[in-house]
Every structure is written in structure tokens, then in C-alpha cells.
Design a protein around this ligand. Structure first.
Ligand code: NAP
Length: 348
């Protein structure tokens, strides 16, 4: 019994009341190799049964949400997930690394390698430059080896995950005839977080949709950085995010110009080969377009491809759940890689 206990990794979570924190709790309490020992949040003033916030967890766990306590999390945990708004995690990352903890950060603080670019897109000076240099970008499918050795994983943005998984193989194949990609992504409302906002109020949102942060979304430089590292060219992404009246899921339509010669079938085979060792990417048959309901509640990204040979225009559709593969599922996938466990451990 002692041996089994000793092999359990003790994990902590800061930001346990948010949407991605909630989803992390759901995954971590069932993960066979970890124990969630500290689930902390700012609005929690005294230990509170998790079922008081998330009713579906009644009788599933005896976990209590507790106030933020830095000393406690450092004393009791080996790895900490940070599920806080961006610009709120860089200082945490710095202090936790100094205390020799491992960290998976779900915010954007450690994603952009260039601190000047960070300041431009996030509107705040980066204060953890050394830690930023150590951080590894956690798009699992493209970075397993570096993630395995890392102590600080910058979990990717939800839109960036959908776009980079859709575009990555074509960039790696070196078959783009134009380095500019166009990405149009439609997201459910949980992408905006749990904090109430009149724009996302049900009567405002029902039957409506809109674009926002056009050419100004902070995931755009993240996509460009991730894709430019895959091949020899600098990749530009023109990106239009939109909100749609559903709770979760992102559907991305990606447009690219490719060299002639490969039809939809050949591209589909190439993508399948590329993702053959990736349990959470499913490349669909030509014409079998994925929908949000195929992936919501799962860690899968489904992808389908079509090429118009008359124009050498390729269209890739990807769908994922912004709170699972786009956030908490991928965070746990990265933890599994960091500890050399099966990538699917505890996620299903
Ligand atoms: N939602 C998504 O689809 C998604 C996808 C990928 C990545 N992310 C990223 O994951 C992070 C969390 O997103 P979310 O959607 O889960 O957010 P959320 O629902 O708004 O939750 C935010 C959490 O952070 C806490 N918090 C807010 N401001 C804080 C502050 N100044 N100091 C300390 N704690 C604070 C809140 O605690 P209290 O409520 O207890 O005060 C809450 O637990 C963000 O960086 C986001 O960009 C989100």
C-alpha cells in the first residue's frame, strides 16, 4: 500500500472555480496516477466541498476547494496547474519554479518566446524572463520530447490548438505555395471565461454571433510562432475569431495555397500518417466534415481536408472542445508526457 501511495503524484490547482479549473478537477479526480491535494481559488474564503460549486461532483470526491495559500501548495504539491487569467501567472511560475515545482500554465504568459511581443499583445511587461526562456510550448503532438524534459509547460491557447493542428502537417511537408494562411474560428461562449459579461448574457447571445479582436487576437502571434518553428519559412496567419451561441467547442476553417499535385485523398493520407502516433487527433475521410458534437466533452481534435485542384486551394476544418483539448485535457496530456506516462492516462 505504501508503495502505491508513494507513486502517486501530488498536484495542485490555482483557479479552481473557473471553467478550465472546473474541467481540470473533473479529469484529475479520476486520474489513476495523481492526487489533487490542493484546489485553490481567490473567491474561496474557507474550505468548501467541491459539490457546492459543481453539483455533478456530488458523491464523486471528498475534495474541498480552499483559499489560495502559497506556502501550502509549495509544501504539498509536486506539480501545479495554473488556470488564472493571462498576465496573472508569470509571477506564480517564477516562484513555483524557484521552489522546484513543475508547472503547467493554462494562461498565455509563457507562450510567446519574445517578451517584447508578449508586451505588445498582452499589454503588460513580462516579469519572468528567465522562466519564459525555460518554458516549453505544450502543443503535445508537435513537442513531446521537449515537454518530457520540461519543468514549465505553456499550455497552448484554444484557438491556436485548432489552427496549428490543422496547419502543422502542411507546413512540415513543405508544400505551401504561399506562407500566409487564413483562419476563421467560431467558438462557444465558455471561451470567454466564467466572469459575467453583458455581451455573453443569454438573451444577448441567443440567435446571434459576431467577430471580435479581428487581426488583434493574442493567439495570432502564438500560431505564427508555433507554425514558423515547424518548417523553414516564416508563416503568417490572418485570423478572425467569432463567438457563436453555444457553450463549448471551436470550429476552425483554415485556407491555404499549396503546390499542385496532391488531391484531397492524398492529403488525407499524409495527415493520417503524420498523426499516426497521436491518440487525440482523428483525421476524417474526405467529405466527412466534423461537427462540434463529435468532440465536445472529449480531448479529441477531428480534422477533415478538401483540395480544389483547379485553384490549388486547400481547406482544412478542425473541431475541438475549447475546455478539454483547448485547455484542461491538453494540460493533463502534457503532464502525462512530463512524467513519461501513457499520453491518454486518466483522460480516456
Ligand atoms: N475558457 C477557455 O476556453 C480557455 C481555453 C484555453 C485557455 N484558457 C486560459 O485559461 C485561463 C483560465 O481561463 P478560464 O476560462 O477558466 O477563466 P475563468 O472561467 O474566468 O476563471 C478564472 C479563474 O481565475 C481566478 N481569478 C481571476 N482573476 C484572478 C486574479 N486577479 N487573481 C487570482 N485569481 C483570479 C478566478 O477565481 P475566482 O473566481 O475564485 O475569483 C477563476 O478561478 C485563462 O488564462 C484563459 O486564457 C481558457
Amino acid at each position: 500500500v505504501k508503495q502505491v501511495f508513494a507513486s502517486v503524484l501530488k498536484v495542485g490547482l490555482i483557479g479552481s472555480t473557473g471553467y478550465s479549473g472546473e474541467e481540470l478537477i473533473r479529469i484529475l479526480i479520476r486520474h489513476p496516477k495523481v492526487k489533487l491535494v490542493c484546489a485553490m481559488s481567490r473567491s474561496i474564503k474557507a474550505p468548501t466541498g467541491v459539490e457546492k460549486r459543481f453539483g455533478d461532483l456530488r458523491k464523486q470526491t471528498d475534495l474541498k476547494l480552499i483559499p489560495i495559500d502559497e506556502e501550502k501548495i509549495i509544501q504539498e504539491c509536486d506539480l501545479v496547474f495554473l488556470a488564472l487569467p493571462h498576465t496573472q501567472t508569470m509571477e506564480w511560475g517564477k516562484r513555483l519554479l524557484a521552489a522546484r515545482k513543475k508547472v503547467v500554465d493554462l494562461a498565455g504568459d509563457f507562450r510567446l518566446k519574445d517578451p517584447i511581443l508578449f508586451e505588445k499583445w498582452y499589454g503588460k511587461k513580462h516579469t519572468a524572463i528567465d522562466e519564459l526562456a525555460q518554458a516549453v510550448y505544450g502543443l503535445t503532438e508537435f513537442n513531446r520530447e521537449a515537454i518530457r524534459k520540461s519543468r514549465l509547460v505553456a499550455n497552448p491557447g484554444c484557438y491556436a490548438t485548432g489552427v496549428v493542428l490543422a496547419a502543422g502537417p502542411m507546413v512540415k511537408e513543405g508544400r505551401l505555395s504561399d506562407t500566409e494562411l487564413i483562419a476563421d474560428s467560431k467558438s462557444g461562449i465558455t471561451g470567454a471565461g466564467r466572469e459575467p459579461n453583458a455581451r455573453f448574457h443569454f438573451p444577448e447571445m441567443a440567435g446571434d454571433m459576431w467577430a471580435y479582436k479581428v487581426n488583434q487576437h493574442q493567439h495570432q502571434p502564438e500560431m505564427e510562432q508555433a507554425l514558423s518553428r515547424l518548417g523553414k519559412d516564416d508563416i503568417q496567419v490572418t485570423f478572425t475569431p467569432q463567438v457563436i451561441p453555444t457553450d463549448r467547442g471551436i470550429l476552425t476553417t483554415l485556407y491555404a495555397r499549396v503546390h499542385p499535385g496532391w488531391d484531397s485523398q492524398m492529403w488525407t493520407q499524409a495527415y493520417r500518417k503524420f498523426y499516426a502516433e497521436s491518440p487525440y487527433v482523428r483525421v476524417r475521410d474526405v467529405g466527412d466534415w466534423p461537427r462540434l458534437k463529435d468532440v465536445v466533452g472529449t480531448n479529441f481534435t477531428d480534422i477533415a481536408i478538401s483540395v480544389n485542384p483547379a485553384r490549388d486551394r486547400m481547406i482544412v476544418i478542425s473541431v475541438l472542445d475549447n475546455l478539454v483539448k483547448g485547455a484542461s485535457g491538453q494540460a493533463v496530456q502534457n503532464m502525462n508526457v512530463m512524467y513519461g506516462w501513457k499520453e491518454t492516462e486518466g483522460i480516456s
